[in-house]
Design a binder for this molecule. Structure first.
Ligand SMILES: Cc1cc2nc3c(=O)[nH]c(=O)nc-3n(C[C@H](O)[C@H](O)[C@H](O)COP(=O)(O)OP(=O)(O)OC[C@H]3O[C@@H](n4cnc5c(N)ncnc54)[C@H](O)[C@@H]3O)c2cc1C
Length: 317
């Protein structure tokens, strides 16, 4: 459940006046680089190349979600269409992460499908084995659309991967169905939206137990035979240790699965994952519309308040 502090930051992330103020504050823009890969594709690619040199893979995400303006949807898809061929040319094993609502599903599903097909056409034929089009998962209303979009992309030959949320009660059945479709990669997350108890696990312990049950399915012989590459996205150190132990017990070596975290979040834990010999991927958002994302990252950890104060204090100087 979101705290008062988190709800305050979410409200600040949505206010158009606050967005305009924050985005025009140079010191805050500079500080936001801690969480954002850059304002455009070129900057994001430079960030991905820098991470690749350190043995870290990335997932690039064009900032923006729940878009209801077709012009912004077009801008998003145009950026991804420019980005996709570059990944191969630069030898990057990078995912491109996409929200279904970014490409038109929150306007009309047909527009989402049309744009999905534009992305499919732009996906390079030659590509690294660890370069997927990763569909993010939004609130429960979009789960069926997102699974349908993945199927559509897969039929067009795109290595389309999907994010599943452990807190949704339906996810075990969804994962079984996706394994039947030979999904090449699943990113497992806890789930970040506010859902009702009829469809979601509510308590931390229940969500963690569901996460481990799903992880066991993803690290099974059946999943391996279906060709699944498991990705575990979490910043929770105790969960990461439990997942590593489960992987070993199930006969999965480092590199046969990976951990994914957000760029800029818990760098100490990122270093520990690398030191343990595990593969790490970082989710690197990019684009001009960076304040709402930055505000939510700040909201997830009240200690980040200091970061805003420092940046705003810098503005006055
Ligand atoms: C790569 C990636 C992709 C994701 N994609 C989706 C998606 O498509 N759909 C979806 O619903 N959710 C997504 N999420 C969010 C996810 O569902 C969880 O809400 C989020 O990861 C918090 O759970 P946790 O297990 O990471 O950390 P928790 O168990 O909640 O926290 C563990 C520790 O990490 C710290 N921490 C967690 N987040 C942050 C942060 N941002 N900054 C600083 N410290 C932090 C906490 O303070 C705590 O100390 C994604 C997360 C990641 C990492």
């Amino acid at each position: 459940m979101a705290s008062i502090w988190q709800n305050m930051m979410i409200a600040l992330a949505r206010s158009s006046k606050v967005i305009a103020l924050m985005q025009s504050t140079p010191s805050l823009a500079a500080a936001a680089r801690e969480f954002v890969g850059g304002p455009d594709e070129e900057a994001a690619l430079r960030t991905a190349v820098g991470l690749h040199a350190r043995g870290i893979r990335s997932s690039l995400f064009y900032l923006g979600e729940y878009i209801i303006d077709p012009a912004i949807t077009r801008q998003t898809v145009d950026s991804l269409v420019r980005l996709l061929p570059q990944l191969d040319e630069r030898g990057l094993d990078t995912h491109v992460s996409v929200d279904s609502t970014q490409i038109g599903y929150s306007i009309r599903p047909e527009l989402g499908e049309e744009n999905g097909l534009r992305l499919a056409a732009a996906f390079p034929a030659r590509r690294s084995a660890h370069s997927f089009l990763m569909l993010d998962m939004e609130d429960a209303a979009y789960v069926d659309y997102t699974i349908g979009l993945r199927r559509l992309l897969a039929r067009r030959g795109v290595p389309a991967a999907i994010t599943l949320q452990a807190y949704l009660r339906r996810t075990e059945a969804d994962l079984a169905g996706l394994l039947g479709e030979r999904v090449p990669c699943v990113r497992l997350v806890k789930g970040a939206f506010s859902e009702g108890r009829e469809i979601a696990w509510m308590h931390t312990a229940e969500i963690r137990a569901a996460y481990m049950r799903l992880a066991a399915q993803m690290l099974s012989e059946k999943a391996r035979e279906a060709g699944l590459f498991p990705v575990f996205a979490t910043h929770n150190e105790e969960l990461i240790d439990a997942l590593r132990a489960l992987a070993r017990k199930s006969g999965f070596a480092p590199g046969e699965y990976e951990f994914e975290m957000l760029y800029g979040v818990r760098p100490g834990l990122q270093a520990k994952i690398l030191a343990a010999g595990d593969q790490l991927r970082l989710y690197v958002p990019y684009g001009a519309y960076w304040w709402p994302y930055t505000a939510r990252r700040i909201g997830e950890n009240p200690r980040n308040l200091l970061f805003v104060w420092r940046a705003l204090a810098g503005r006055k100087r």
